[in-house]
Design a protein around this ligand. Structure first.
Ligand code: PRX
Length: 651
C-alpha cells in the first residue's frame, strides 16, 4: 500500500477549521464512548421548541426501533429560515442558475421566508394537513425548495419523485404512500431539452386509476416554461393563481422529533423501490452537523451541490443541511455539458463558489472532454471539493484535485446512502489526511465494522461487508408502511447490525475504502438501480420470457446495465426488438434504467433448483470468462458456452 499518495491537511486549512485532527479524535472518542453526553450537547446545533431530555432510544434487534430526541419538539422550516432572520434576513439563502446560462436569481433569507410562508398557506388553502403525503415531481427551480420547506412548515410529508422517472414510476410511488396531492411544473428544462412533467403526471394518474382504482385530488402546477398544457378542471390548479391572495405569514407547526419529515423511494435488491422514511429531529441534527463539519462551512461562503433535489443528496445537502446552517446554497437546473463542458466552472466563477460537491460520474465525463474546458476558467474562489454517490477512481480523484482544484482544495469523498440520511464516512478537511479513492474515517457517532459472510466481525486491515454497529440520529426509521421489510432488508443478514449492502476494505490506518455493492443493486452514474426492477420491466414486455440484469464496469457511468434476455418461443431476436426493449424500459422506469447492452440469450445459467447464477452472468458481462469458477452445479453447463459464444458474436 506504500505507493498510495497521502495528502496532508494543508496548514492554511488546519489554521481555519472547526475541527483539527486532535479535535476529531477527541470528539469521535466521546461520541462512541458516551453517545448520550455527546448528543445531549450536539443536538443544540438546531433550535428546539421543546428541548429533548430523552436522547437515544434505539435497538437493532427484534422489532428494531430507532428513536432519537423523542420528547423534543421542533420545526425544520423554522430552523432553515426563521432562526436566521434576526441576523441574516438580507443575506443570500439560494442562488438559482437556470439551464439557460442567461437565467439566474438570488433569494435572501428574508425573501425565502416570504415565499415559503406563502407556499405553506397555499398548501393549507388546498386542504393539505399535518401528516398528509405530498408527492412532488419537479424540475430544479426555486419553487421546489419552497415547496419542500412549506411541507415541513405545516407538517406535511413530502415524497419527491426524480423528474427523470416515468409516469409508471410516479404512479407506483403515489400508490405506495397513498398520496392524493401532487406538486409539479408545466415542463422541466435540462440541457436545452424540455421534460413534459405535467403530461407525465397526467399519464401517472391514468395509470394509477387503471391499476388501483385510486384517484388524485389536487395537482398544483408551477409555471416554468410557459408551455401550453392540459389542466383538468376541479383537480389541477396553477400556483400563480392560488397564491395571489394568500398571506405572507404561516406559523411553523411544532413537530415531535419522531414525526415524519419525508419519504424518498430508493431501489433495493428485491421488489419495488422502498419508501425510506426520515423523521424530523434526528435527521435535522444529522444534516446540520455533517454539513458544518464536512464542508467546514463558514458564514458568507457560497456552496454548490450539483445533485438533483429528487435524490437524497439534494434533500440533505442542497436544502436542509445548508439552509439549517444559514448557508448560501446554489441550485442548478442544468447539466454539466450544456452549453459546453465549461459550464460547472463558469458557474463557479460567476458566483464565486467556494465549496463544490458533485459525483464521480460527472467528473469522469468532464475529464474526457479534456483540460481546456477547465483551464479556460478561473476557479480561484474554490477552496473545497466534494464527491458522492459511488467510489471515485484514483484517476478521476487526481484530475479533480490537480486540474479542477489546482492542488489547493482538499476533496471530501463522502460515503453514505439514502437510508443513512446524511454522510457517515468522510474526511473532515481540517482533520483528515487524504488518500485518493478512500472515504477515510467515520463521522462522529458512526461505528462501522467489517464482517465476513457469517457475520464475524473482522479486525485490523481487512476486507468484508460494511455494517454499522449502532444507530446515528440521521438513520431512516422504517420502510414506509412496511416495517417488516425494513427489518428484513437491513437487519436480517447480520443479527444486531445494520447491513449497508456495500463491500469495503479497511487499511492499516483505519481508512475505509468502499468497493461497491455486494447485493443486486447497481450504481449507474451514482444512481441506484435494482437489477430486479429492470428485470421485471423487461419480462413485462410481450416478447420476453425471461431476463437477468447485472452491472458491468463502464468508463463514465461507473457501472452500466447489462441485460440478458430470453425471448418467447417463436420470437425472432432482432436489432429492432433490442431497441424496442430499451425504449420499453425507459417508459416503464425512466431513462436512467436504459440497458446499455442487451444480449439475447437462448438460455440462462441456472442451478438445479432453478436459481439464476448471477456470478457467471457478471463475469461474462465483464468479459472475464477465464475465471468463471465452478459451473458444475448448473442444471445445464452448456448454457454457459452458448452465452459466451453469443457474447463474442455480439461484441
Ligand atoms: O454503494 C454506495 C454508493 O451509493 C450507495 C447509496 O446510494 P444512494 O442511496 O442512491 O445514495 C447516494 C448518495 C448518498 C452506497 O451504498 N456510494 C455513495 N457514496 C459513495 C458510494 N460508494 C463509494 N464512495 C462513496 N463516496
Amino acid at each position: 500500500m506504500s505507493e498510495i499518495a497521502v495528502y496532508k491537511v494543508p496548514e492554511s486549512v488546519a489554521a481555519n477549521t472547526f475541527c483539527t485532527e486532535g479535535q476529531y479524535r477527541d470528539l469521535y472518542k466521546q461520541s462512541i464512548n458516551d453517545p448520550i453526553a455527546f448528543w445531549s450537547e450536539q443536538k443544540n446545533c438546531v433550535d428546539w421548541f421543546r428541548d429533548p431530555q430523552i436522547i437515544k432510544n434505539t435497538s437493532f434487534s427484534g422489532e428494531v426501533s430507532i428513536k432519537w430526541f423523542e420528547d423534543g419538539e421542533l420545526n425544520v422550516s423554522y430552523n432553515c429560515i426563521d432562526r436566521h432572520l434576526p441576523s441574516r434576513a438580507n443575506e443570500i439563502a439560494l442562488i438559482w442558475e437556470g439551464d439557460n446560462p442567461a437565467e439566474s436569481a438570488k433569494v435572501t433569507y428574508g425573501e425565502l421566508a416570504r415565499e415559503v410562508n406563502r407556499f405553506a398557506n397555499v398548501l393549507k388553502s388546498l386542504g393539505v394537513k399535518k401528516g398528509d403525503r405530498v408527492t412532488m415531481y419537479m424540475p430544479m427551480i426555486l419553487e421546489t425548495t419552497y415547496a419542500m420547506l412549506a411541507c415541513a412548515r405545516i407538517g406535511a410529508v413530502h415524497s419527491i419523485v426524480f423528474g427523470g422517472f416515468s409516469p409508471d414510476a410516479v404512479a407506483s410511488r403515489l400508490d405506495d404512500c397513498q398520496s392524493s396531492f401532487i406538486i409539479t411544473a408545466d415542463e422541466g428544462l435540462r440541457g436545452g431539452r424540455k421534460v413534459p412533467l405535467k403530461a407525465n403526471v397526467d399519464a401517472a394518474i391514468v395509470e394509477l386509476a387503471a391499476s388501483t382504482g385510486r384517484s388524485v385530488d389536487t395537482v398544483l402546477v408551477v409555471r416554468r416554461t410557459g408551455a401550453d398544457i392540459a389542466m383538468t378542471k376541479g383537480r389541477d390548479v396553477w400556483y400563480h393563481d392560488v397564491s395571489q391572495d394568500v398571506s405572507d405569514h404561516c406559523d411553523p407547526e411544532p413537530m415531535k422529533a419522531e414525526d415524519p419529515l419525508f419519504i424518498l423511494y430508493t431501489s433495493g435488491s428485491t421488489g419495488k423501490p422502498k419508501g425510506v422514511l426520515h423523521t424530523t429531529g434526528g435527521y435535522l441534527v444529522w444534516v446540520t452537523m455533517t454539513f458544518k463539519y464536512i464542508f467546514d462551512y463558514k458564514p458568507g461562503e457560497v456552496y454548490w451541490c450539483s445533485a438533483d433535489v429528487g435524490w437524497i443528496t439534494g434533500h440533505s445537502y442542497i436544502v436542509y443541511g445548508p439552509l439549517s446552517n444559514g448557508a448560501t446554497s446554489l441550485v442548478f437546473e442544468g447539466v454539466p455539458n450544456y452549453p459546453d463542458a465549461s459550464r460547472f466552472w463558469n458557474v463557479i466563477d460567476n458566483f464565486k463558489v467556494n465549496i463544490f460537491y458533485t459525483a464521480p460520474t460527472a467528473i469522469r465525463a468532464l475529464m474526457r472532454e479534456g483540460e481546456d474546458f477547465v483551464k479556460a476558467t478561473d476557479r480561484s474562489s474554490l477552496r473545497l471539493l466534494g464527491s458522492v454517490g459511488e467510489p471515485i477512481n484514483p484517476e478521476a480523484w487526481n484530475w479533480y484535485y490537480t486540474v479542477v482544484g489546482e492542488g489547493r482544495c482538499p476533496i471530501v469523498d463522502t460515503w453514505w446512502q439514502t437510508e443513512t440520511g446524511g454522510v457517515l464516512i468522510s474526511p473532515l478537511p481540517g482533520a483528515t489526511p487524504l488518500k485518493p479513492g478512500s472515504a477515510t474515517r467515520p463521522f462522529f457517532g458512526v461505528k462501522p465494522a467489517l464482517v465476513d459472510a457469517d457475520g464475524n466481525i473482522l479486525d485490523g486491515a481487512t476486507e468484508g461487508n460494511l455494517v454499522l454497529m449502532d444507530s446515528w440520529p440521521g438513520q431512516m426509521r422504517t420502510v414506509y408502511g412496511d416495517h417488516e421489510r425494513f427489518i428484513q432488508t437491513y437487519f436480517s443478514s447480520y443479527k444486531g447490525l445494520y447491513f449497508t449492502g456495500d463491500g469495503c476494505r479497511r487499511d492499516e490506518d483505519g481508512y475505509y475504502w468502499i468497493t461497491g455493492r455486494v447485493d443486486d443493486v447497481i450504481n449507474v452514474s451514482g444512481h441506484r438501480m435494482g437489477t430486479a426492477e429492470v428485470e421485471s420491466a423487461l419480462v413485462a414486455h410481450e416478447d420476453v420470457s425471461e431476463a437477468a440484469v447485472v452491472g458491468y464496469p463502464h468508463d463514465i457511468k461507473g457501472q452500466g446495465i447489462f441485460a440478458y434476455v430470453t425471448c418467447k418461443a417463436g420470437v425472432e431476436p432482432t436489432d429492432q426488438l433490442r431497441s424496442d426493449l430499451v425504449k420499453w424500459v425507459r417508459k416503464e422506469i425512466g431513462p436512467i434504467a436504459s440497458p446499455d447492452v442487451i444480449l439475447f440469450a437462448p438460455g440462462l445459467p441456472k442451478t438445479r433448483s432453478g436459481k439464476i447464477m448471477r456470478r457467471i452472468l457478471r463475469k461474462i458481462a465483464e468479459n472475464d470468462t477465464d475465471s468463471l469458477g465452478d459451473t458444475s452445479t448448473l442444471a445445464d453447463p452448456s448454457v454457459v458456452d452458448d452465452l459466451i459464444r453469443t457474447y463474442r458474436v455480439a461484441t
